[in-house]
Design a protein around this ligand. Sequence first.
Ligand code: PMP
Length: 343
Amino acid sequence: MIDWNSSGLSILEVSHRSPEFEAVVLKTQLLVRELLRVPDDYSVLFLQGGASTQFSMIPLNFLKTKGTYLDTGYFALKAIKEAKHYGHVAVAATSADKNYSYIPDVNLTEPGGDYLHCTSNNTIEGTEIFHFPQTDIPLFCDMSSDIFSRMINVRDFDLIYAGAQKNMGPAGMTLVIVKDELLKQVNKALPSMSDYRVYRDNQSMFNTPPVFSIYVAMLNLLWLKDQGGVEGIEQMNMRKARVLYTEIDRNPLFQGSAAIAHRSRMNVTFTTVDPAHEKDFLDFAEARGFVGISGYRSVGGFRASLYNALPLESVQALTAVMYEFQRYKYPLSAEIKEAQLIN
Ligand code: PMP
């Protein structure tokens, strides 16, 4: 921390224009390219302002006649609201009718507009897109909460963005992967800090980049490589999600919140079948060391986030507490259900 690479300087005090730090930016970009197999005709950019800044940067750069959006949850809706400041916005499909508990089908019957924006993982509601929409117009995706958790085909998208803070590194940096061809179509003057071309032309260093976030992201991506890359961690993520959903489905006291086909592997949302048990379980789990598993207020219940860094053992510990809770509430019920399963 205080003597980076034997330089006698901390990473926090080196100049971001020094060759040493430029090497860190380059290495981090190369790791992103390698881990996600980013084709050469896409740029990898590091921005600031979180994913929320992308909600306005996208329409600023690309909305000419109409931006089309999938409304699949809290953050998708925030992107829609922001885009409305810049032009006409169409919602191609929404799952608001069922509290965003599923991913709606998309049928682009009318001409789609300048782009279609989707959210690959709905962090709060616990749903995930496993089949991305097929469309002729550029597809943009907010991958903030599942990037690097599963393999995607970058070529299916024209622009991908993600706040770093789930699977990439500490908050402060936003990753953007954008097709160069798309940037050629931008032909208007924009504030420099909101112009993707400025980041691309300045190797993401038009101004002082989030040095420490990029550095830690580099270390984290090296760790990810050691886990067998995205393919390796994807297997582990599937396993972790399976363990937790299996217990939710087995345990008569709990139920999943999201439609089974759209259940997120990153954010598992569930409730107690009897609402009166909710507070009991929170206290019960907290007494056993589980904190922060309350669901977001619009969804209620519980949310367990299984990001890349979370080990399988933590998921197993949670399912053990859920089983223990069942036995505590209904001392005999666990045995009865097991006996039924055996018979
Ligand atoms: N989109 C998604 C899917 C998110 O999960 C989040 C935050 N968790 C955001 C956007 C907003 O990100 P930020 O706080 O980096 O602006």
